[in-house]
Design a protein around this ligand. Structure first.
Ligand SMILES: [Zn+2]
Length: 177
């Protein structure tokens, strides 16, 4: 991480172990957050993802599992597919991924398979996350690839987006009863 670009987020949140991230990292996570919101507008759990290559966003994805009726439509998988098309290779070796929620086992697997070297995560997912919560598939010496992970980027915003989504969902379900 470039030191001169590093900015400590404001002092109030710094106490809660907010990672030191660059202004660019925040900009990319903000875009992932915007995509997550799009997912929830379309009725899917709000999760968004971008992949950056040479300082530019080359792929975007948001969760479309419900909309597309397939478990394969996670934000990360959609973004990986697009990034591979742009780069023209299944290897995404010099890219960085930003995702609003800790990846599941399928997406962590795809991140490894695609050789993505760096990952920034918004909030963690204690019930399903495989980048440190249940297991950390991204840091197992037995695999031939490990990922450099930064956690807690825009954590509060990403987490609140999910909380609000599920709260609204419960209200809607009650209304339908
Ligand atoms: Zn996933």
């Amino acid at each position: 991480m470039k030191n001169d670009e590093t900015l400590q987020q404001n002092a109030a949140t710094a106490e809660a172990e907010v990672p030191a991230v660059s202004a660019d990292d925040l900009r990319y996570m903000r875009e992932a957050y915007r995509l997550a919101k799009k997912a929830s507008d379309l009725g899917d759990v709000p999760i968004g993802c971008v992949i950056v290559y040479e300082g530019r966003i080359i792929a975007r994805g948001y969760n479309r599992r419900n909309r597309d009726k397939t478990t394969l439509a996670h934000a990360e998988i959609i973004a990986i597919r697009k990034a591979s098309k742009v780069i023209g290779d299944w290897r995404l070796e010099d890219t960085t991924m930003y995702v609003t929620l800790e990846p599941c086992q399928m997406c962590a697997g795809a991140i490894l398979q695609a050789r993505i070297p760096r990952l920034y995560i918004g909030c963690m997912n204690p019930k399903a996350g495989c980048a440190g919560s249940i297991i950390n598939l991204l840091d197992m010496k037995a695999f031939n690839h490990q990922v450099d992970v930064t956690r807690g980027v825009m954590e509060t915003e990403c987490s609140e987006l999910l909380t609000t989504f599920f709260k609204n969902l419960r209200v809607r379900r009650k209304e339908e009863l």
